[in-house]
Design a protein. Structure first.
Length: 336
């Protein structure tokens, strides 16, 4: 059986990866409908060697698609997801717009695949935030084995998480600085090149940013456990692709680094780098692969139940496009 798939935001970074990954994973696509705004309607994208025309989303008949993969921003999802869902198209949404609504499932296929069943509530499934996905792929098996009391995490997030215009801004600023010209910032709140910025998304009343609170809310929802403490600091770094995270866990019992490594060795979606002198980085492991790479697993010298880890993944693939397509694979295997 084949499924007609609409990609909303087909000309964007995540959209282009969605199309590439559908092809790589041999997803049973009947017709592919690349959708964007009137700005790029009429242009073409390549799918399986063929040119496919990009359509204006305003004119699209959603009843012709069974699955819709959305990544054109929260406002666009807010407008079109209910319309698509009403027409019988199951929406898998990459934006944060629906994630925190209690009847919308929020799914990482390695972590809570059973939640896909709740797509029936509204015909919408939400894809989590990129930083949450790679963190929970690594932590779920540790939580199952030993129980996590508290997660302290600092992220080192690449600019591609903010879309194509953010990638272009880092390129532009780097060239401007190299040529001794003044730097212009439009996407980022200040100079991004040769700088790190401890702000992603807007500030909340509690002094955390929304990106940080996404990691808190989404961890609780996906693991179904509000008792886990989550204390994030989310930082943008001048790296193009891949996110890294330094994670400091407080477990419910003392556990050795070797025991944690044994658990991670078996974990779905995880590639463990067990040697303490060998580790993943964004440049070497953060782009073009679907695994979540874990290195530097060690006992915390300052806490009896503490374990430290360093986690790297491709934010555009596992953090967005691949995770969405894995959700679609669960959907067609078990429900459609
Ligand atoms: P368009 O090419 O028409 O602007 P990125 O995250 O890399 O910035 O990409 C954003 C994606 O979302 C693009 O494919 C863009 O299409 C699409 N998009 C942005 N705004 C809209 C809109 N109002 N309606 C439809 N698609 C949109």
């Amino acid at each position: 059986q084949k499924y007609n798939v609409a990609i909303l935001g087909a000309t964007g970074l995540v959209g282009q990866n969605l199309i590439e990954i559908l092809e790589q994973r041999n997803f049973p696509v009947g017709e592919l409908f690349p959708l964007a705004s009137s700005r790029s309607a009429g242009s073409t994208i390549k799918f399986k060697g063929q040119d496919v025309e990009v359509l204006n989303v305003d004119e699209f008949d959603w009843s012709t698609a069974q699955i819709g993969l959305f990544s054109a921003g929260g406002d666009v999802s807010a407008k079109y997801a209910p319309v698509a869902a009403e027409a019988g198209c199951v929406v898998i949404d990459n934006t944060s717009h629906f994630r925190y609504e209690p009847d919308i499932p929020l799914v990482i296929p390695e972590v809570n695949p059973h939640a896909v069943a709740d797509y029936r509530n509204r015909n919408i499934i939400a894809n989590p935030n990129c930083s949450t996905i790679q963190m929970l792929v690594a932590l779920k098996p540790i939580h199952d084995a030993y129980g996590i009391d508290r997660i302290n995490v600092c992220t080192y997030q690449s600019v591609s998480g903010a879309g194509k215009s953010a990638v272009d801004e880092l390129v532009g600023q780097t060239a401007q600085l190299m040529n001794g010209r003044p730097v212009e910032s439009k996407v980022f709140p200040m100079q991004m090149a040769f700088n790190v910025i401890p702000q992603i998304d807007v500030f909340q009343d509690n002094g955390y940013t929304k990106e940080e609170m996404k990691m808190v809310w989404e961890t609780h929802k996906i693991l179904g456990d509000e008792s886990i403490g989550v204390n994030p600091t989310a930082v943008r770094v001048p790296v193009f692709y891949g996110h890294a995270e330094a994670i400091h866990l407080e477990l419910r019992q003392p556990v050795s680094a070797d025991d944690v490594k044994n658990v991670l060795e078996q974990a779905p979606g995880v590639t463990l780098m067990p040697d303490s002198t060998d580790y993943p980085t964004q440049v070497t492991h953060g782009s073009g692969q679907d695994s979540t790479f874990v290195g530097r697993v060690r006992e915390d010298i300052s806490h009896a139940n503490g374990i430290n880890l360093w986690v790297v993944a491709d934010n555009i693939r596992k953090g967005a496009a691949t995770n969405s397509i894995q959700i679609a694979e669960v959907l067609i295997a078990d429900y459609l």
